[in-house]
Design a protein around this ligand. Structure first.
Ligand code: SIN
Length: 308
């Protein structure tokens, strides 16, 4: 049985990776991911300058998921560029580099530097962080998304995909897909957290930033994540791969993301809860399901969700 998959011209031994943000900010965390049995891994979304992020508490585990308003804490673009270049020197270009500039100019500056570097892995351009006060999620502004992608692809030639916020309206799926299909995008990651939710414990919010508003992940978001994976799988050009993200707690969740059309599946909240051991458990559980169903590869069931 093979769990191999591919994105752009890259092959991966299996379909699992971390979601950007989960245990991938420091060198120690990135080294743990590198040594874990996931198919690949991704760096924390970075900005040009290092950021402390929002005040704590800013991440809380919930019974059915998590709420966070991290505010893009990261060690700054140079740290992550040096990190991926070290990996390149080690013979590894198959990791993902996440970029989340606070402005279009910042994204363009970082992507120019990546374009001019030896890194040839995939960049995930994060258009969907809901946690920066005063900065709307680009993915909800269709005109702005078009403008960003026009500028980016005017010079950027390496494999690049976008991380999208969740959409909830059929017209919005169609509008975003129509924009994405105009560009040489290699993948889309669906979904970032469901932004600006509110969780209350007794009489108080549970996180400090933004009066308690934060992005929800985990089991709460799985149906929304699957709907986004499915819709973009149907609406996007067939050469654009889908990376599923949202609500992956067990092998069955990974299976469902792939059934909806995902080529790769990211793990966020559950990686925060279980740590690195989550990957071998998920892989074993996925293999068990595939064995029962007599599937030998990801392609045997990718996108093959039965509709009634
Ligand atoms: C954060 O750092 O606030 C989370 C990043 C994201 O949701 O894109």
């Amino acid at each position: 049985m093979s769990l191999e998959t591919s994105i752009s011209d890259k092959s991966f031994t299996n379909c699992l990776m971390n979601a950007s943000g989960a245990k991938c900010m420091t060198l120690e965390e990135l080294t743990n991911l590198k040594n874990a049995p996931c198919g690949t891994w991704i760096t924390k979304s970075c900005t040009i300058n290092p950021r402390e992020g929002n005040p704590s508490p800013r991440y809380v585990d919930l019974a059915l998921g998590s709420i966070n308003s991290m505010g893009l804490p990261n060690l700054g673009f140079d740290f992550y560029l040096n990190y991926v270049l070290e990996e390149h020197l080690d013979g590894n270009d198959d990791l993902f580099f996440s970029v989340a500039g606070l402005t279009l100019e910042e994204n363009v500056e970082m992507l120019h530097k990546i374009q001019n570097s030896d890194f040839s892995g995939c960049v995930e351009l994060n258009l969907s962080c809901p946690n920066i006060p005063g900065k709307p999620q680009t993915g909800y502004d269709f005109e702005r998304t078009h403008e960003v992608l026009t500028q980016v692809f005017s010079f950027y030639k390496k494999p690049l995909g976008v991380k999208l916020p969740p959409y909830f309206d059929m017209v919005h799926f169609e509008m975003m897909a129509e924009i994405l299909n105009q560009f040489p995008i290699k993948f889309v990651t669906c979904i970032n957290s469901i932004g600006n939710a509110l969780f209350i414990d007794d009489e108080a919010v549970v996180i400090k930033p933004k009066g308690g508003f934060g992005g929800i992940g985990g089991a709460y978001v799985k149906p929304t994540a699957l709907a986004n994976v499915r819709m973009f799988y149907k609406l996007l050009r067939k050469d654009i791969a889908i990376i599923g993200c949202g609500g992956v707690e067990n092998g069955r969740d990974v299976f469902e993301h792939i059934l909806c059309g995902a080529s790769m599946v990211q793990v966020g909240t559950q990686l925060m809860k279980d740590d690195i051991s989550v990957f071998s458990r998920l892989l074993n559980e996925l293999e068990e399901i595939m064995k029962l169903k007599n599937y030998h590869s990801i392609n045997d069931f990718k996108g093959k969700l039965i509709e009634l």
